[in-house]
Design a protein around this ligand. Structure first.
Ligand SMILES: [Ca+2]
Ligand SMILES: [Ca+2]
Ligand SMILES: [Ca+2]
Ligand SMILES: [Ca+2]
Length: 459
């Protein structure tokens, strides 16, 4: 590492690329079973305020690929308590009956955020409800459900329900209007009758007159969408001048940037400038996305802005979109640019899938620090039973080799075989607070309604 110490003791790093370090090492994976079926969204947050993150997993109760045959019964959001001792590794998580939160039939929740929305020190649960089975919206309460934690009782309150006029996809919780109160930004999820788009994102601002509660949904227009706007990401991509607050911007599945105009009044809608560029046009090309500080400001070419990493389901790659600090990203889904092919060239996956789905279906992406900091790494669900690891150089480029097993982590405790784990979402979270990100996946198939946990053992 090339490091120079500048005047005043301020460390200035002027390293160039290729400082990603060596691949992390991993403990044997273990699984934890769930109570329902088809887990999908995962999130981490500290519920009991001991500093160690808990993990929430949503059981959607339906196969996300076919969206038919919803399993009967309420959908469950499982909160695993972090017991703080991870030796042996599989002793670290505890399932608590009171922390199994339910949404009634026929709701199909897909995404969860575990975050302290009311700023009282305990993470709360924010869940969105996705597309109904058979497109049947009758009796289907679309919207956001917020289970706030009740510190005195040690469990969660019944949920507050905030309706939407359409099923919701990925959501993000961040302050969008600069009043220091977290708000909820949602992509939409609706394929019914060919309506694979709605040309809006939905925002629920926290009610500054009643902190902890949220105002009714606001619609923010986006460009005409040609596919499902299931993912979205929130970050600071855009330079404003004279802004006093409300810096967070939104990107939709097609990498369309909604720039926050800033100077937004508390408790009111933020103003956005929608841009005319949809950076991608194939909805499968940005099946999931994450915004994070992928470039260190202390490096050459660094920035204080967030960048976006996306994962393509059908093209089987990860792509990096670097914010240019204005209203543009560095490229428009240009083939081969900032692109990392994920499909492993050796046998690590479980049973091959049949058409129309290929063997490899990267479908979830997470950012975090895997071989210690400060360069942001990426984890991607790469194929059944395995996660790919991309090591960050700290400048928006990555070291990854799809022919080298060191860049893959098996999350299925079983060797490749017919009873495969279909891991759809992945989360980097430091479960044991040793400074190195661990992995949690949601395992979605009929063979494994479970999560997998893999502890990072990098020395
Ligand atoms: Ca905790
Ligand atoms: Ca709380
Ligand atoms: Ca706010
Ligand atoms: Ca760790």
């Amino acid at each position: 590492m090339a490091m120079a110490v500048g005047l005043g003791g301020f460390a200035v790093e002027k390293a160039a690329a290729q400082n990603a370090g060596t691949p992390p090492t991993w403990a044997a994976p273990f699984q934890r079973g769930l109570v329902g079926a088809h887990p999908f969204g995962i999130s981490a947050g500290d519920v009991d305020a001991d500093g160690f993150p808990e993990v929430a997993v949503v059981e959607s109760m339906i196969d996300i690929v076919t969206n038919i045959d919803r399993v009967s019964g309420p959908a469950v959001i499982n909160i695993f308590r972090n017991k703080t001792t991870w030796n042996p590794p599989d002793a670290g998580f505890e399932q608590i009956a009171d922390w199994q939160l339910e949404l009634p039939e026929p709701l199909i929740p897909r995404y969860v955020e575990l975050i302290d929305v009311d700023n009282e020190g305990h993470a709360d649960v924010v869940v969105t409800v996705g597309e109904p089975e058979n497109n049947n919206l009758f009796g289907y309460n679309c919207g956001v459900y917020v289970f706030r934690f009740n510190e005195g009782a040690g469990q969660f309150f019944d949920p507050e329900y905030y309706p939407s006029s359409i099923p919701l996809g990925r959501h993000r919780v961040a302050d969008m209007n600069g009043d220091q109160l977290l708000d909820i930004v949602c992509a939409v999820d609706f394929h019914a009758n060919g309506r694979a788009f709605d040309n809006t994102v939905r925002v629920y601002y926290q009610d500054c007159a009643h902190p902890g509660l949220f105002l009714p949904e606001q619609m923010q227009a986006v460009l005409n969408e040609t596919g499902a706007t299931v993912p979205c990401a929130v970050g600071d991509f855009h330079r404003q001048t004279g802004v006093t607050g409300g810096i967070n911007d939104v990107v939709t599945w097609d990498m369309q940037l909604l720039s926050n105009n800033g100077n937004n009044p508390a408790c009111q809608n933020a103003a956005y400038t929608g841009h005319t560029t949809a950076y991608c046009t194939d909805p499968w090309d940005t099946y999931d996305m994450v915004a994070a500080k992928l470039r260190l400001i202390t490096l050459i070419g660094g920035t204080r802005f967030d960048d976006v990493a996306t994962v393509s389901w059908n093209q089987e790659h990860v792509r990096i979109f670097k914010s240019q600090g204005g209203t543009t990203f560095t490229h428009t889904c240009t083939p081969g640019v900032d692109l990392y092919a994920i499909d492993p060239t050796f046998s690590i996956c479980n049973s091959p899938r049949t058409a129309p789905f290929p063997l490899v279906i990267p479908s979830g992406i997470s950012a975090g620090l895997l071989n210690a900091g400060p360069r942001m790494d990426l984890a991607v669900t790469s194929c059944d039973g395995a996660v790919a690891i991309l090591l960050g150089n700290g400048n928006g480029t990555y070291v990854f080799d799809n022919g080298n097993p060191a860049y893959f982590v098996r999350v299925d405790p079983q060797p490749p075989g017919p009873d495969f784990i279909e891991n759809h979402q992945v989360l980097i979270v430091d479960l044991n607070l040793d400074g190195k990100g661990d992995l949690v996946t949601s395992n979605h198939s009929a063979f494994a309604n479970s999560i997998s946990v893999v502890l990072n053992t990098t020395p």
